[in-house]
Design a protein around this ligand. Structure first.
Ligand code: NAD
Length: 287
């Protein structure tokens, strides 16, 4: 470390609270070291109360940029100078890029999801996707999928505090993209069965399957799956969920959330450094 960090080393931050558990610092610093890039990535405990000052600090200290996580993703936009089209539509930012004091907010979660599909030879462009979820992760996926050319998205959510956000996402997708989006109640299981039946992929974009909802599934039983359906989880801890083990029993190809996590980081890495993250090396290190 003493040899690696010098007076020239450029800093990239991560602003969130809580954040000490994050795997992002290890991921980015490993990639910098592997490629011999003179950057360091550090996590900072920043919440909504200190966010504005922290963003001013990006300019004052000339940081290359920063990642932003909860509770700051939906709040930070107001302190930035520009937003990417996806960040604007999502109403959320997870990556800030500093170009000579001009701060642009991006959201790379959806980009990461779409890249993870490509990495698994899954091509959903021009096809139909059914997805459960209307929170941060699901919204980023839905917006990016629509921007990238997915033909139709059926969104399912329970009637909780995220319902209004789902309505807003559907409205924006239908107004601003060529994709047709429709919202359904996740409690209407017959509708879920119907929409899954002619979909190319099904995505669980909720926290169901992950602690404290471990052992649960948004899909009630395996009769909802057919072997040609590709079944994807956004949660990645635990790596195996009840939903995907049911889908595997039917013979479906499945994917967990690790790829999305890796590729959202790779997209941010590229925005800051202009370089491709060494994906194959990172997969080895992360496993
Ligand atoms: P969020 O709190 O913003 O959204 C939660 C979503 O889960 C909402 O749609 C909500 O309606 C739904 N939900 C909650 N309880 C439910 C229940 N009992 N039944 C059905 N639906 C329920 O959370 P988020 O940030 O969108 O994260 C969702 C999941 O995705 C988490 O497991 C998170 O760890 C994971 N995630 C993964 C990545 C990745 O890179 N793979 C990125 C972000 C989040």
């Amino acid at each position: 470390m003493a040899e690696r960090i010098t007076g020239h080393t450029e800093l990239i931050g991560l602003m969130a609270y809580p954040i000490r558990h994050s795997s992002s610092p290890a991921m980015h610093n490993e990639a910098f070291a592997y490629l011999g890039l003179d950057y360091a990535y550090l996590a900072f405990e920043v919440d909504n109360n200190t966010l504005e000052d922290a963003v001013k600090g990006i300019r004052a200290l000339k940081l290359v940029g920063s990642n932003v996580s909860m509770p700051n993703k939906t709040v930070v936009g107001q302190y930035l100078d520009k937003l990417s089209p996806a960040a604007e539509l999502c109403g959320a930012v997870n990556t800030i890029v500093n170009e000579n004091g001009v701060l642009t907010g991006h959201i790379t979660d959806g980009i990461g999801f779409m890249q993870a599909l490509k990495d698994n030879d899954i091509d959903v462009i021009g096809k139909k996707m059914t997805i459960a979820g209307a929170g941060g992760a699901a919204t980023a996926i839905e917006i990016q999928a629509a921007l990238d050319g997915v033909k139709e998205i059926s969104i399912f959510n329970i009637h909780d505090k995220f319902w209004a956000n789902a309505e807003e996402t559907v409205r924006k997708i239908n107004e601003k993209t060529d994709c047709k989006a429709t919202l359904y109640d996740l409690d209407d299981k017959e509708k879920l069965r119907e929409e899954m039946a002619d979909s190319y992929i099904f995505v669980n974009g909720t926290g169901v399957g992950m602690k404290p909802l471990e052992g649960m599934s948004v899909v009630p039983d395996k009769s909802f799956f057919r072997p040609e359906l590709i079944v994807i989880d956004v949660p990645y801890s635990p790596l195996e969920t009840k939903m995907r083990s049911m889908a595997k029993e039917v013979g479906c190809k499945t994917m967990n959330g690790l790829g999305m996590m890796l590729f959202q980081g790779a997209a941010a890495f590229k925005l800051w450094t202009g370089k491709d993250m060494p994906i194959e090396h990172m997969k080895e290190v992360l496993n």
